[in-house]
Write a protein that binds this ligand. Sequence first.
Ligand SMILES: [Cu+2]
Length: 177
Amino acid sequence: MRLPSFVTAGLFALLPFSAMAQDHPEAIHVHDAYARLSAQSGAVFFMIHNNTEADITLVGAHTDLADKAELHTHSEGADGVMTMGKIEGGVPLASGEMHEFARGGDHVMLMGLTRKLADGDHFDLVLDFADGQTVTVNVVVDSKHGDGVDMDGMEGMDHGKMHGAMHGSGGAATESN
Ligand SMILES: [Cu+2]
């Protein structure tokens, strides 16, 4: 028996989409995204998986919550003092690789917050990749996240203060803790 051509055409048109939807719910998968915010700045943390066939590079981010968002990392200088700054060249993610943005390490820095959010509020952060694609991540504000946990020497270091000093935003003067 031979199927009418419009039936087979229809099947072929539908198959690739349903297969993709089931096997790759999100080609670039981001989860556990949260932000710690201070008066004028903040930092976003998350886990990102590159489930695509291609090697990609995360090169930046933007959000309407902040005037500016930058990929940052912490590094230890020759004097043993931890500093942070922009990740030059972005974060490469080979096919199948994952990368954690976590306290004490890489993070997306938000500078110049445009509105005040409370714990439990959400906002969208758009991740920009070198090939031009973007991924929108819904981030929950959780400024107490990880407090009380031993952060391998990072505990007690106030992100807002450090960035206030580094970026000259004056954040240090308004920090209360
Ligand atoms: Cu930073």
